[in-house]
Design a protein around this ligand. Structure first.
Ligand code: F6P
Length: 551
């Protein structure tokens, strides 16, 4: 299917719903959550949605029924329903790269059908999944041996960006379900320390490298992959060892072959899978090795359940649409510059880092699909840490600072590691934080508690800090799939409102080009001509002078 033909749409700021929201914002911006809750005893239950095993409480947001109706109207005016249909049907909605955007096909059931450019992609997806499963079974059972006959005990994923963050996050998130007798590590940074520390205590005879790169041309990954080959061959000696110790995940078979990895050992995917949307493709090979094919399929089923919910539910009850619209509300009307996500679940410690690429590489754009300035602010800065650690670090600023930071809190009712009272304490803290952020503590309340007049302003909490709370029963592969798809589609919703291409990433190119130009200037024997600005020239000179010394 070809690119969606588009006439230049009405600029966002001129849309009737946008204007109505601007007017509405003036009316409600001083409304306090205290008053909204006091006026409506059922608000907490009413402004919540339960679907596909996730419960979203969005009542602690600075919204009224009118706000939500206007946001839904905005979604309709921006054609969210049509854009969802376009994505799910394989239209080339990534217009700057002329690509379909079909991560949803990666988790469709085997009997589904989705024809793109004349071919049904579902059987191809299923075939790769089957190959991955067969390979994982071999490695996990010990049938796949290293070159010297030893069982594989260590798996190192070499990749960066989407070829790293998804696999690391998923491995950490699902560690509870993983093979505890195997070691999984992830090397991404071109800083040699990353590789050195990941391999220093491992035996090459028992180590399998997954070189994971959509393009197979990424500087960091290729540099690390070459170092990995040297490291392995130093012990294994024989170049034939590569085929037992290296597999590739890529869309670029030619480059994989050039590197020397047997095409039999390559797991493919397709240009319609964006790097940051790829953790459920073959990029998830390390995840599957860790948790096994059955758990991996359960994760895919979670993704798919959220896809179906997003595709078929009215926006008023649609989890990703609601979260996306609320994100736009704070970003563009309240002027929030950042958004935070706090998983009260240690296993989700890398979830904020994963979300940073998903959200910011997708929606950090300044022009519309037609190339005109967007005219409003786009992607907020995402950040976060697992609870309760953040409470003893930066929550102070969220509670009493001068900036508005909308936060998502994520919690699970059951712990995977029940231990005394720990889990009740953890969840009590989650609930307490959202309560404190919403309702605060007035000066009168502080004074009534006997605080000296001098300290009353310091101890007052304004409140009215918006939060979403997401609750699920337990962290499972299925729940992880639900959560990731939820954020993927929330990002999509925001991108549709801003009318930007959420699936390209041109902004990463310039730095790569300049770095390639600078490399020879750092390493050449003769002093390079000072071709840069005075700051860059001076930095290069200093580095050349000092680089020789080593510890
Ligand atoms: O530099 C950004 C980027 O292109 C990401 O979008 C991508 O996930 C990452 O680099 C890695 O790319 P590849 O998988 O092709 O090595």
């Amino acid at each position: 299917m070809s690119a969606v033909p588009r006439a230049a749409p009405t600029p966002l700021a001129e849309r009737p719903a946008w204007r109505a929201l601007l007017e509405h914002y003036q009316k409600i911006r001083t409304l306090h959550l205290r008053d909204l809750f006091a006026a409506d005893a059922g608000r907490g239950e009413r402004l919540s949605v339960e679907a596909v095993g996730l419960y979203l409480d969005y009542s602690k947001n600075r919204v009224t029924d009118e706000t939500m109706a206007l946001l839904v109207r905005l979604a309709n005016e921006c054609g969210l329903a049509e854009r969802i249909t376009a994505m799910f049907s394989g239209a080339k909605i990534n217009v700057t790269e002329e690509r379909a955007v079909l991560h949803v096909a990666l988790r469709m059931p085997a009997d589904a059908r989705l024809v793109v450019d004349g071919a049904d992609v579902v059987p191809e997806v299923q075939a790769v999944l089957a190959r991955m499963a067969a390979f994982c079974d071999e490695v996990r059972s010990g049938a796949w041996r290293g070159h010297t006959g030893r069982v594989i005990r260590n798996v190192i994923n070499v990749g960066i960006g989407g070829s790293d963050l998804g696999p690391v996050m998923a491995y950490e998130a699902l560690r509870h379900y993983s093979r505890r007798d195997m070691i999984f590590r992830f090397v991404s940074n071109v800083d040699g320390t990353d590789f050195a520390e990941a391999t220093r205590d491992l035996d090459p005879e028992e180590t399998l490298f997954i070189v994971c790169s959509k393009t197979f041309t990424t500087l960091e990954t290729l540099t690390n992959a070459h170092s990995a080959r040297e490291w392995a061959l130093r012990k294994l000696g024989d170049a034939r060892a590569i085929r037992r110790h290296f597999v590739a995940v890529s869309t670029n078979a030619d480059e994989v072959a050039k590197f020397g990895i047997d095409p039999q050992n390559m797991f493919g995917f397709w240009d319609w899978v964006g790097g940051r949307y790829s953790m459920d493709s073959a990029v998830g090979l390390s995840t599957m090795l860790a948790i096994g094919p059955e758990n991996f399929r359960a994760m895919l089923a979670g993704f798919h359940a959220m896809d179906e919910h997003f595709r078929s539910t009215s926006f008023e009850r649609n989890l990703p649409a609601l979260m996306g619209l609320l994100a736009v509300w704070y970003n563009d009307f309240f002027g929030a510059q950042t958004a935070a996500v706090f998983p009260y679940e240690q296993y989700l410690k890398r979830f904020p880092a994963y979300l940073q690429q998903l959200t910011m590489e997708s929606n950090g754009k300044h022009v519309t699909l037609e190339g005109a300035p967007v005219g409003v602010n786009t992607g907020p800065i995402y950040w976060g840490e697992p609870g309760t650690n953040g409470q003893h670090s930066f929550y102070q600023l969220i509670h009493q600072g001068t900036r508005l930071i909308p936060c998502d809190f994520i919690g699970f009712c059951q712990s995977l590691n029940p231990l005394g009272q720990h889990h009740d304490l953890l969840l009590a803290n989650l609930f307490a934080q959202t309560e404190a952020l919403a309702f605060g503590k007035t000066a009168a309340e502080v004074a009534a508690a006997g605080t000296s007049a001098r300290l009353v302003p310091h101890r007052t909490f304004e409140g009215n800090r918006p939060t979403n709370t997401l609750i699920a029963e337990r962290l499972t592969p299925h729940t992880l799939g639900l959560l990731v798809a939820l954020y993927e589609h929330s990002v999509f919703t925001q991108g549709v409102i801003w009318n930007i291409d959420s699936f390209d990433q041109w902004g990463v190119e310039l730095g790569k080009v300049l770095a390639n130009r600078i490399v020879p200037e750092l390493t050449s024997a003769a002093d390079p001509k000072p071709v840069h600005d005075s700051s860059t020239n001076a930095l290069i000179r200093r580095y050349r002078r000092l680089r020789r010394g080593s510890p």
